[in-house]
Ligand binder design. Structure first.
Ligand code: RUQ
Ligand code: CUA
Ligand code: CA
Length: 640
């Protein structure tokens, strides 16, 4: 039942058809193509048309009955909304948006003193940044699976990494990477490369995509531009070290043994201009030998850049030609690759070709052999380079030896067998490595399967982040929802289960079993140093022009009926929610003072503002909490 297109791809010579690489001219037309192609976009009859879930006996169903809980969590990046989203799967219901880089009106993120401290402020107390662009989110590991402690997410605009605590689903730390622009790929390590007792995440690796002069003094001499690959400590969230490389860092992957991290690069040419970045036939997947880098840093073999104190080791090609001492290794891959993903059997990294219609399978044990001086040619680590279709971007896995790669230009997902691809590459022309293809709607970027990037990949659900939804939902003006499609991958054939509209503009996501998390619904009062633990502590204290107002909330009332301040006072209002009941959140808004935030059960939050013109201001609870929610108010009386 192999379709024509599949056959023709598999009959293609292993020597890659360069004619199929895209040149600059073709690229310019991409957006137009995506926007106006009618479905079936490409492939036409060649792609298996997707049977509807149910009609072909799909093992999984996406529709849950009222009250039924999802079986998987999904953590989604929000793109340039700057947040993280939590989805329940398979239903696709959005459960929460976690603010981190960008202010959020619902919870008061970026308004409370506590969240401003995490986000970072300027000398005048205002936020340093109020925009962000989140692409990639990954969670902490233990024994090769998620351990439910943390997730991390990148901000590409301002090169910041945020950590999300997965017990309360809140951001608790944000770190800015020095001397990095376009922080893009991110991945935690899975164990320590040296200490076998550390079989969990202790480092997070961050790829810098845009090369800049280091230090960044304006120059247009591209020869002086470099990118940095950064290592952040998972606990302290401080920078451990950086590696200066040739080319740039796109996406990042880590090995299960902790020894290797890698980043794909599409600008090995080190071009500063658009056309230059597409001139070379091959780019690279750069491998980092983590143990050796740690050693070099310990031995003081580093420099620092500008005002940053972070150790920077030399990972350029010229400085790492000798395998036995090399910190980095540049494995060659066809031009302008994009995603790099680690297979759950722990053996391979797979690079998706983007401008080349291929995937490159790199064998990790061979890369380690090269570092040991036992493999003469580094490219001997390439186990396969096979054609998949047009515009491969990202790859997911089912734990049964199959990979699923998005084809942006073909608007398809291709399911292929890794072992068969290797056999085909080795010369077995009867090895049919393409197993199935399915049309998606439309132009998919990211893809991930349930538990895909863990040793517990379970091959049940596949989510596909379609960048264009066009005709799939009711029109709502020019800005379309994105379409996160869900596919059942439990059988041989992929089955399209559901379209899920999401607000723009998610990129990457992970999907994992709900049992892996133990979320808490009520805070611990003692976790907040300023907690107002008893309503009796409520009141106003003055220190010159600085006034502190302490208050508690217990449905349906605040502990103070009114409080008095003077015009021009710098008022810090501390509110503790003493309600212990799950789901009993209160809000606090003050008219005319730009104040609105929430306090969850047993949470303390504070805001600082300047008291305005004399008058009465009704502070009210904004979050529905009780039959007397509307009455839940207090008066701020501002005196002259
Ligand atoms: S990169 S498609 Cu950050 Cu693939 Cu988003
Ligand atoms: Cu308290 Cu509404
Ligand atoms: Ca290139």
């Amino acid at each position: 039942m192999t379709d024509k297109k599949t056959e023709s791809l598999q009959e293609a010579t292993p020597e890659l058809g360069r004619r199929r690489f895209f040149n600059t001219t073709a690229l310019v037309g991409l957006a137009g193509l995506a926007a106006c192609t009618e479905k079936p976009a490409s492939g036409g009859a060649s792609a298996a048309s997707a049977p509807a879930a149910g009609s072909h006996g799909a093992a999984n169903a996406s529709h849950l009955k009222p009250g039924e809980l999802d079986t998987y969590y999904g953590l989604w990046s929000g793109g340039h909304t700057g947040d993280m989203r939590v989805l329940g799967l398979p239903s696709g219901r959005e459960l929460l948006r976690i603010p981190c880089f960008v202010p959020d009106a619902l919870v008061g993120w970026g308004h409370t003193n506590e969240s401003k401290k995490i986000m970072g402020t300027k000398a005048d107390g205002n936020l340093r940044y109020s925009v962000g662009d989140t692409h990639h989110t990954h969670a902490s590991y233990k024994d090769g699976n998620y351990d439910g402690r943390y997730a991390w997410i990148n901000d590409k605009i301002n090169s910041r990494i945020a950590r999300i605590r997965l017990d309360y689903f809140v951001c608790d730390k944000i770190t800015q990477l020095p001397n990095v622009q376009g922080f893009h790929g991110i991945f935690p390590d899975k164990r320590d490369p040296v200490d076998p007792a550390i079989n969990y995440t202790t480092r997070v690796f961050c790829g810098g995509e845009f090369s800049i002069p280091l230090p960044n003094a304006g120059t247009d001499d591209a020869k002086q531009y470099h990118s940095l690959f950064s290592c952040v400590d998972a606990e302290t969230m401080e920078l451990r070290w950086q590696v200066m490389i040739d080319g740039n860092c796109d996406l990042v992957a880590t090995s299960y043994d902790g020894k290797l991290a890698a980043t794909n690069q599409y600008n090995t040419e080190m071009g500063a201009k658009y056309e230059d970045m597409m001139s070379a036939e091959r780019d690279a997947c750069v491998f980092f030998n983590i143990a050796r880098i740690e050693e070099a840093v310990k031995a003081g073999k580093f420099k620092t850049i500008g005002s940053s104190k972070v150790p920077v080791v030399d990972g350029t090609r010229a400085a790492n030609a000798d395998a036995k001492s090399a910190l980095t290794a540049y494995v060659s891959v066809p031009k302008n690759p994009h995603g790099v993903n680690a297979s759950p059997d722990q053996k391979y990294f797979i690079c998706a070709g983007k401008l080349s219609p291929t995937a490159t399978v790199i064998e990790l044990s061979k890369v380690l052999e090269w570092f040991d001086g036992k493999l003469e040619k580094l490219d001997g680590a390439i186990a396969a380079e096979v054609e998949l279709g047009l515009g491969p971007l990202h790859t997911a896995f089912d734990g049964r030896g199959n990979a699923y790669t998005t084809l942006f230009l073909d608007s398809q997902v291709v399911k292929w067998n890794v072992d068969k691809a290797i056999a085909f590459h080795k010369g077995d022309k009867n090895a049919k490595y393409v197993v199935d293809r399915i049309d998606v709607h439309y132009q998919p970027g990211h893809i991930n399967a349930s538990q895909s990037e863990t040793v517990a990949a379970d091959g049940k659900y596949l989510a596909v982040g379609c960048k264009f939804s066009k005709d799939r939902f009711l029109p709502v003006g020019p800005l379309h929802a994105e379409n996160e499609q869900l596919i059942d991958i439990s059988g041989e054939k992929m089955v399209l289960m559901a379209d899920h509209p999401v607000r723009g503009e998610p990129h990457d996501f992970i999907i994992f079993k709900r049992e892996l998390l133990k979320p808490k619904q009520v805070y611990n009062l003692d976790d907040f140093p300023h907690a107002v633990k008893d309503p009796k502590e409520s009141g106003v204290t003055r220190n010159g022009k600085k006034v502190t107002v302490k208050m508690t909330s217990q449905a349906p009332a605040f502990s103070l009926r009114e409080f008095k301040v003077k015009k021009g006072d710098e008022v810090t209002l501390i509110l503790t929610n003493l309600d212990k009941v799950e789901d009993l959140t209160h809000g606090f808004a003050i008219p005319g003072h730009n104040v609105n935030f929430i306090v969850n059960p047993q949470e303390t939050a504070s805001v600082t503002f300047t008291a305005g013109d004399p008058g009465v201001y009704w502070c009210y609870c904004t979050h529905f909490c009780h039959a007397l929610h509307l009455e839940m108010r207090t008066r701020m009386i501002v005196e002259a």
